[in-house]
Design a protein around this ligand. Structure first.
Ligand code: C2E
Ligand code: MG
Ligand code: MG
Ligand code: MG
Length: 282
């Protein structure tokens, strides 16, 4: 019986693997086609300063259009990284963001800031800083209008090339945020030496901040970041209670469905012209 069970689960496992492999190959083909046909799309999620309610910047989040469907980056970014397609995606994102910033500035929305998510593979490339600088120059926008979001795992081991690239970019005026902070493995002693301006507290901590312990963890992260002179952004703020706590402990900025989901450009302009965002009724 045990044996049959064992074989059954082996078979299941291998079928699941085939299924996984098929899906990956399928997704890679879809992604390739989407890049070729420019079926990628950016949505922008506002980031709000707690003290003023002003929108301080927008996070660019990529989506893939396939048929009538919109595919989330959680389903294709990993595949893009593993297949090497991420450099094409990354390049497209940089170009689109610069073009959009330029277009906004032409309609009177000047000095907006956008955050771009950057994969480790992208950040590691020798030509990464040159590519970014060239794009900003070509589109006539300021490096200070762009923040680069990198995840902790990008920086865990001493990765000299990435650190050097980021340092160079900061000298040129770009800012750098550490995304999903708290979920990686970066040692706290290393944190003050990283070339970063901002910590983005991962959504999981914000979600758990309602409990006594969870609230204490978020407060400790805010205190640590502030002690190191970093700006603090809380990701994934969904409730008024979370917002109240973040305000109490002195978090600088928030992002989340309580204010706005990632939005298409046409839905953003009203928000941007109004200047601020109040929490949506929940
Ligand atoms: P991330 O950079 O941490 O982005 C935040 C994610 O949380 C986004 O998911 C956003 O839609 C979602 N989110 C925002 N507010 C809330 C909230 O209040 N509640 C909940 N439940 N979720 C919220 P999305 O757009 O699916 O992106 C997922 C991840 O994909 C991103 O995580 C980022 O790591 C990656 N990604 C997105 N765009 C790009 C890109 O252009 N390049 C690269 N390399 N990665 C990207
Ligand atoms: Mg991000
Ligand atoms: Mg994040
Ligand atoms: Mg994330």
């Amino acid at each position: 019986d045990v044996k049959r069970n064992g074989r059954g689960s082996y078979q299941f496992f291998s079928e699941a693997m085939n299924e996984g492999a098929r899906e990956r190959v399928g997704m890679e083909a879809i992604l390739r086609q989407a890049i070729r046909n420019e079926n990628l799309e950016l949505q922008y999620q506002p980031r709000v300063r707690l003290s003023s309610g002003h929108v301080t910047s927008l996070e660019a989040l990529v989506r893939l259009r396939h048929g009538g469907e919109q595919i989330s980056p959680t389903r294709f970014i990993r595949i893009a990284e593993e297949s090497g397609l991420i450099s094409l995606v990354g390049h497209w994102v940089i170009e689109s963001v610069c073009r959009q910033l330029r277009a906004w500035s032409g309609t009177g929305l000047r000095n907006l800031r956008v955050s771009i998510n950057v994969s480790p593979m992208q950040a590691r490339r020798e030509d990464f800083s040159a590519t970014l600088l060239a794009a900003t120059r070509r589109h006539g926008i300021c490096p200070s209008q762009i923040e680069l979001e990198i995840t902790e795992s990008t920086l865990v081991e001493p990765k000299q090339r990435i650190t050097a690239n980021l340092s160079k970019l900061r000298e040129a005026g770009f800012t750098v945020a550490l995304d999903d902070f708290g979920t990686g493995y970066s040692s706290l002693s290393y944190l003050n030496r990283l070339p970063i301006d901002t910590l983005k507290i991962d959504r999981t901590f914000v979600t758990d901040s309602g409990s006594l312990e969870g609230g204490a963890v978020v407060a400790a992260i805010v205190a640590l970041g502030k002690a190191l002179g970093k700006g603090i952004v809380a990701e994934g703020v969904e409730t008024q209670e979370q917002l109240d706590w973040l305000r109490t402990i002195g978090c600088d900025e928030v992002q989340g469905f309580l204010f706005a989901p990632p939005l298409e450009v046409r839905d953003l302009e009203g928000v941007l012209r109004a200047g601020g965002l109040l929490p949506r009724d929940t």
